[in-house]
Ligand binder design. Structure first.
Ligand code: TMP
Length: 212
């Protein structure tokens, strides 16, 4: 009998929303409950493309805006064979940022529209669930200073948040807004419930593709 596929679960949100903490806790909880699960994150900075992106984010190099957008997308595409293999083997993938970050961050720059930004990611494996960790800019500010990397300013993060809100109106994507102002444990419980439901449902569904 063919092995049931894993689910592709993505966590998105602005900085300070707690995505990485929640991804780790979710993978741990799924593994504890006997469900094979692994975490991935984008950008994946260890590849050759990822290193170019990392240097750009750390302000060690400058790249033209369209170019870096395409590099972020290429960084996802280079991991697709591995993602598909793991999903087919029955491993659920919990992904810290995906194409939606790509579109939200680039389209928050002047001169970019959502349509152009979405094109390079068309055809990527489509997440079975995208949870958006929602946190107001005021609450994010209470969680401390932004870091040193490019994009980590409250003005830019606000613009990014608005772009995410536009993206969340797309009914072809299974979005769930999660109130990230709750305690870490309450957010975790909420995320785990949605994920377990999705894993059950995804077993019997083919993996989709992102559309434009
Ligand atoms: P992180 O490694 O702390 O999540 O930061 C990655 C940064 O890169 C974050 O500011 C969001 C940004 N980003 C893009 O601009 N485009 C993308 O496609 C992705 C995945 C992230």
């Amino acid at each position: 009998m063919a092995c049931k596929r894993g689910a592709l679960i993505v966590l998105e949100g602005v900085d300070k929303a707690g995505k990485t903490t929640q991804c780790k806790k979710l993978v741990h909880a799924l593994q504890q409950s006997g469900c094979p699960a692994e975490m991935m994150r984008f950008p994946e900075r260890t590849t050759t493309i990822g290193q170019l992106i990392s240097a750009y984010l750390e302000n060690k190099s400058d790249l033209e805006d369209h170019t870096v957008h395409l590099l972020f997308s290429a960084n996802r595409w280079e991991l697709v064979p591995l993602m598909k293999k793991k999903l087919e083997q029955g491993t659920t993938l919990v992904v810290d940022r995906y194409a939606f970050s790509g579109v939200a961050f680039t389209s928050a720059k002047p001169g970019f529209c959502l349509e152009w930004c979405m094109k390079p990611d068309v055809g990527l494996p489509k997440p079975d669930l995208v949870m958006f960790l929602q946190l107001s800019p005021a609450e994010a500010a209470l969680r401390g200073q932004f870091g040193e990397e490019r994009y980590e300013t409250s003005v830019f993060q606000r613009a990014v948040q608005q772009k995410f809100e536009q993206l969340m109106k797309d009914p072809s994507v299974n979005w769930r807004a999660i109130d990230a102002s709750q305690s870490v444990e309450d957010v975790h419980e909420n995320i785990t419930t949605h994920s377990l439901n999705t894993i059950d449902a995804a077993e019997n569904l083919p993996l989709g593709e992102l559309c434009g």
